[in-house]
Design a protein around this ligand. Structure first.
Ligand SMILES: [Zn+2]
Length: 287
């Protein structure tokens, strides 16, 4: 059944677990995530990132995500991840997405606040939830540009609890993505997480907190982050790598010419992604 981020997060906060939010860029990953959630009987978030538009058009995949979420036997939130343009967020809301993220983390705080607030005003017309971000989660795969923060000390990008309190009061958002040492993409150096900061932000806000960039984070660190207030964990890169590895394993161990067919590869990747998502969901559920 289709639910909002607010509803799904409420359960997670009360139950001291985190809901996995998986970017689904194709039919194989949508099925992998929903099948994993139903098998484990856990709520889940399907999400679509604006930056994936060239490989996975929202207009094509969005309706499929919503339709499959409606049919699921577990609560499913369909969320727009890292939206940077209000018209794109509106497109998702028109398709029936139950939650949207406005990512103004690269903007000056005043502009981030204003646009996050505008997103809340827009989403409220649809009964949808809003996630916003304060602080900067690194994007190593971005290869520089405005996201090249390598000259700054890591703490300069972390979310400040007092600033977060003001930001939440000024915007009315339902969930806040925070920066405390994680990075997007494949990790190059082992992340050091400032979990104490998560607890300070939780105590200041009493709001669902979102962890982006779980790459390279150990099972134990995920548990510590959840114990200190993280209730939504964005997970994509390693699920996608698992899908790729599933195809490699298929071709390595097989002399069957069918292993070179795309539909055979797609099926192998779907199964491998489901196994990886099940593992992630088990950790996030604190089991
Ligand atoms: Zn992210």
């Amino acid at each position: 059944m289709l639910v909002t981020l607010k509803a799904i997060s409420k359960k997670a906060m009360a139950g001291h677990f985190a809901v996995g939010a998986f970017n689904t860029t194709n039919l194989e990953s949508i099925r992998a995530v929903l099948d994993a959630a139903e098998k484990l009987n856990q709520p889940v978030i399907l999400q679509h990132a604006e930056l994936h538009e060239p490989i996975a058009p929202l207009a094509v995949l969005g309706p499929i995500m919503v339709a499959m979420a409606e049919k699921a036997t577990v609560p499913v939130c369909v969320h727009l991840d890292h939206g940077e343009h209000l018209d794109y967020l509106k497109q998702a809301l028109d398709l029936g997405f139950t939650s949207v993220m406005f990512d103004g983390s690269a903007l000056p705080t005043a502009e981030n606040t204003e646009k996050s607030h505008a997103t809340v005003a827009l989403a409220s017309k649809y009964g949808a939830s809003v996630e916003a971000e304060l602080g900067r989660v690194l994007r190593p795969e971005g290869g520089g540009g405005s996201d090249d923060l390598s000259d700054l000390p890591p703490e300069a990008c972390y979310t400040d609890p007092e600033a977060a309190k003001t930001f939440v009061a000024d915007t009315g958002i339902d969930a806040l993505a925070i920066a405390f040492g994680t990075a997007h993409g494949i990790y190059t150096t082992k992340p050091v997480l400032d979990v104490g900061r998560v607890a300070l932000i939780r105590d200041a806000l009493h709001l669902p907190l979102v962890m982006h960039g779980g790459s390279g984070v150990s099972d134990e660190e995920f548990h510590r982050a959840i114990a200190n207030g993280i209730t939504k964990i964005n997970y994509f890169t390693y699920m996608s790598l698992a899908g790729g590895n599933g195809v490699r394993a298929l071709q390595k161990n097989s002399t069957d010419p069918d292993s070179l067919r795309f539909d055979t590869m797609a099926e192998a990747s779907r199964q491998a992604m489901q196994r990886d998502v099940e593992h992630a969901m088990t950790i996030f559920a604190n089991r």
